[in-house]
Design a protein around this ligand. Structure first.
Ligand code: HDD
Length: 697
């Protein structure tokens, strides 16, 4: 039977009657057919509404209660279904069922998110991205609640409310929304030097990803794997995107947020629906106590990573997202991730951030979802057998059967319910613990700068430039000069040149370096894994070309572009003066996907302008068309242009600046070479030519 509800809500057993054909009869929530949904019940045509109108009352009552509290962090998110498949067995180090048998798949649900912004904020905020994975294993749900950055701002969960308060809109004025470019954030950060490693990441292009499909994910903390003999191995989890890493530029991000605030969710939705399923490899860094003891930093300190050069990332599985949600609220909004959801064979370390999280996530779900029975919601319910004595409460949909609801009992297997199983059940790793009860931070957590410096020195020059630009941008929005100055005093402990660049960019005298908690900072070797540009794709696959076209555009060139894009596994959109589209030189009509001012070039990875001479002359008087090419140029994109399109570039003022990444589309044959060139994604040398800050003093 078809019905108008998404699957999860229909499970309550609602019945829908059909008014002939397959159109369901509108009913109340209690199933009573509705005759008129246009008018409330009145006493006379112009009379007052009657209290008796139960359909009206029920409809309004339900509407008035539609919203649930948004997540206190990670409010804006987007989810999709897929599967996790094991490609290497980890049976030697863990007894977790999901990590035993190569080739076996389990259902997965992933929710990506920004952290600071409200539910309705724009996707391209400079922010950390949440990367939360729920694997529905045969031993219960395993939630890896990670981020796209492998380290965190703080070391102890007790500082989390302060960190988030400082990052969110300031409490008296309730702005700025979804950004850290304000006094409170930098005040807190500059008083919390342990945060500087992560700050380097958030000021890098990692915080403005091109696509949710093109970023890494990290479990962040050190976890444990525990095998059948009870032996523990430390582990860090990594998700590596098959699509390669890619980010946008800051100026581009700002404009994307205006042109398409849903840029990331639309990209994910479109890719999955087009059958271009995003994929990540699961990598593990495994290490033992001996490594942990010899490591320069504490493996329990979430502000530190373990360089891949020291402990390699072994690929053991793949995560594929192949299905969008049926209903956003039922699935993406109601999904509840909890760090404490780990199956037998996986366990926690004593990382004080992780320990605090294990308390926080259960607590927040009750506030947000309103009932202890949130695990009954289909998106949260395990997909393995489950039996316990928990009962009742709001919205209980699945109370235990049988006579006994307590344990121990003597009602036998049929009536007595489940029993514990010491062999199969979850057991905690028996770690020794002693020492005085005290509020203290371990000495071993005290080096705040060495890994921040390592991150910076691992970047390519253009990435280093972007970090400097980002810090200057953020601090330029900070009103108090002492906060700007205090921030630079920490940068001096990270990289003197970066500190100087930022001070110059702010017009600030260089302060003294901040006093370090541990003055013995290290010069660690650069790690290529930390750079985006060193880990980009070698293909234009999954990327999008914007083709700006006019009537009379060369049909052969357009067709060749379409073919080359398809061959590469990329997609394209036609941008035209009218949404009705254009008529090509051979008389073919092509529909447009975007009208020029609704489809600026920031929405595309590369652009081509295929215009007739008359068309180009018209484009040359259109501000949006000029922005289209000047932005593409400023954002270092590959540009293909027909000879006729030249007039537009002249009027836009960039005809004389066109460089080797602006390729001619003289004949259809050039299309293939142009798309092949686009594999480089950006022509970075151009950036130095279009940025005032990059000019020699
Ligand atoms: Fe958290 C949500 C990731 C530290 C408390 N967190 C949340 C989500 C992600 C993370 C991805 C969104 C889950 C979803 O999509 O529903 N959080 C992290 C990472 C952290 C981290 C990678 C550090 C390594 N978080 C952290 C701390 C605390 C919290 C230290 C508190 C002690 N986080 C929460 C929360 C949220 C949350 C308040 C809000 C909504 C939710 O849990 O379900 O409990």
């Amino acid at each position: 039977m078809s019905n108008s509800f998404a699957e999860p809500q229909a499970e309550g057993g609602e019945t829908h009657q059909f008014a002939g054909g397959d159109v369901a009869v509108l009913t109340t929530a209690h199933g009573i057919p509705v005759a008129d949904d246009q008018n409330s019940l009145k006493q006379g045509a112009r009379g007052p509404i009657l209290l008796e109108d139960s359909h009206f009352r029920e409809k309004m009552f339900h509407f008035d209660h539609e919203r649930i509290p948004e997540r206190v962090v990670h409010a804006r998110g987007y989810g999709a279904h897929g599967y996790f498949e094991l490609t290497e067995s980890l049976s030697d180090v863990t007894r977790a069922d999901v990590l035993q048998r190569v080739g076996e798949r389990v259902h997965a649900f992933v929710r990506f998110s920004t952290v600071a912004g409200s539910k309705g904020s724009a996707d391209l905020a400079r922010d950390v991205r949440g990367f939360a994975v729920k694997l529905y294993t045969q031993e219960g749900n395993w939630d890896i609640v990670g981020n796209n950055i492998p380290v965190f701002f703080i070391q102890d969960a007790i500082k989390f409310p302060d960190l988030i308060h400082a990052a969110k809109p300031e409490p008296d004025r309730d702005f700025p929304q979804a950004q850290t470019a304000h006094d409170n954030f930098w005040d807190f950060i500059s008083l919390t030097p342990e945060s500087f490693h992560m700050v380097m990441w958030t000021m890098s292009d990692r915080a403005i990803p091109r696509s949710l499909r093109m970023m890494e994910g990290f479990g962040v903390h050190t976890f444990r794997l525990v095998n059948a003999d009870g032996k523990s191995t430390f582990v860090k989890f990594h998700w590596k995107p098959k699509q390669g890493l890619q980010s946008v530029m800051w100026n581009e991000a700002v404009k994307i947020n205006g042109a398409d605030p849903d840029f990331h969710r639309r990209d994910l939705w479109d890719a999955i629906n087009a059958g271009d399923f995003p994929e990540w490899e699961l990598g593990v860094q495994l290490f033992d106590d001996a490594f942990a003891d010899s490591f320069d930093f504490d493996v329990l300190d979430a502000t530190k990573l373990i360089p891949e050069e020291l402990v390699p990332v072994c690929i053991v599985g793949r995560l594929v997202l192949d299905r969008v949600v049926d209903n956003f609220f039922a699935e993406t909004e109601q999904v509840a991730f909890m760090t404490q959801n780990v199956p037998p064979g996986i366990d926690f370390s004593n990382d004080p951030l992780l320990q605090g999280r294990n308390f926080s996530y259960l607590d927040t779900q009750i506030k947000r979802l309103g009932s202890t029975n949130f695990s009954h919601l289909p998106i949260n319910a395990p997909k393995c057998p489950m039996a316990h004595f928990q009962q009742d409460g709001h919205m209980a949909m699945r109370n235990p059967k049988g006579r006994a609801n307590y344990e121990p009992n003597s009602w036998g297997a049929a009536q007595g319910g489940p029993r514990e199983d010491p062999a199969r059940g979850f057991t905690s790793f028996a770690q020794d613990a002693d020492g005085p009860k005290q509020r203290v931070r371990s000495e071993s957590f005290a080096d705040y700068y060495s890994q921040a410096r390592q991150f910076f020195t691992s970047q390519t020059p253009i990435e280093q430039k972007h970090i400097g630009d980002a810090i200057v941008f953020e601090l330029s929005k900070v009103e108090r000069p002492d906060i700007r100055s205090r921030t630079v005093s920490h940068l001096l402990n990270i990289d003197a040149k970066l500190a100087q660049t930022v001070a110059d960019g702010l017009g600030l005298p260089l302060p003294d370096p901040a006093q370090a908690a541990r003055p013995t900072m290290m010069d660690l070797p650069p790690s290529d894994a930390l750079s985006i540009l060193k880990n980009g794709p070698d293909s234009f696959k999954g990327r999008k070309l914007g083709i700006l076209m006019t009537d009379g555009a060369d049909a052969a060139i357009f067709n060749a572009l379409v073919k080359a894009v398809g061959k590469e596994g990329a997609v394209y959109e036609v941008v035209a003066p009218k949404i009705g589209g254009v008529t090509l030189s051979d008389g073919t009509a092509v529909a447009a996907k975007q009208k020029i001012d609704g489809g600026p070039s920031v929405l595309f990875d590369a652009v081509a302008v295929v215009a007739s001479e008359e068309g180009a002359a018209l484009l040359a008087i259109d501000a949006a068309a000029k922005d289209f090419v000047t932005d593409a140029f400023a954002h270092c994109k590959y540009i293909g242009l027909t000879a006729e399109a030249q007039a537009l570039f002249e009027k836009a003022g960039i005809a004389d600046d066109l460089d080797e990444a602006c390729l001619p589309l003289a004949t259809a044959k050039d299309a293939g070479a142009f798309i092949a060139a686009c594999r480089a994604l950006r022509h970075w040398p151009r950036e130095l030519a279009v940025d005032l800050d990059a000019q020699p003093a």
